[in-house]
Design a protein around this ligand. Structure first.
Ligand code: ZN
Length: 190
């Protein structure tokens, strides 16, 4: 199961504690059993299909839902730029889940990422090539993390997509926009 954005959960927990504190400091109030707030966490593994980006963003706008898009960075690389990614122990340009089909598809995905982040959703890391990392060293994992960050941050430049939106390179480093919340599939792969 994918992990949620940690800082958001912490913020939620602190808010709950603050509410509980107020209730305890007010003895005359009848003891009201506090109904725990139900939180449903939905994440999008790999954040690949453009149609699903659009559909989920529309759903969020209708319902006020908040999503975490666990992006795989290989979908920001086209057949022409796939060699920008090298997985631990692999040669450049290899991925277990493929790459974006075209530069146009990367362009559309970057647009969706921008829109989603602007609308308050979280863009989180699902690593890149979706390889089985159970035998990876710490250095291997760090390499994968850095690949994700590098490719997301430089996606416009790497793919020659212009213009790069102002502030793009700074957005991913803010708060949990690029949280390293990784998910581990049932098979133990990233
Ligand atoms: Zn996955």
């Amino acid at each position: 199961m994918p992990m949620p954005c940690l800082s958001r959960l912490v913020a939620f927990s602190l808010a709950s504690l603050a509410t509980a504190g107020v209730a305890l400091a007010d003895p005359p109030a009848p003891p009201m059993p506090e109904k725990p707030k139900q939180v449903v966490i939905i994440s999008f593994d790999s954040a690949r299909d453009i149609s699903q980006w659009k559909r989920s963003r529309a759903l969020a706008q209708r319902t006020g839902a908040h999503f975490t898009y666990f992006l795989s960075c290989v979908f920001l690389l086209s057949p022409e730029t796939r060699r920008e990614y090298t997985a631990p122990g692999k040669t450049a340009g290899k991925s277990n889940i493929g790459f974006a089909a075209s530069k146009q598809e990367v362009t559309e995905r970057l647009e969706q990422i921008s829109l989603a982040a602007h609308e308050g959703h979280d863009i989180a890391s699902h690593g890149c090539g979706h390889f089985d990392g159970k035998d990876w060293s710490k250095a291997d994992w760090l390499t994968e993390f850095v690949s994700f960050e590098h490719i997301l941050e430089n996606a416009y430049a790497i793919n020659g997509i212009v213009p790069e939106p102002q502030g793009w390179r700074f957005r991913p480093t803010r708060g949990c926009r690029i949280s390293r919340a990784l998910s581990v599939d049932q098979q133990g792969t990233l």
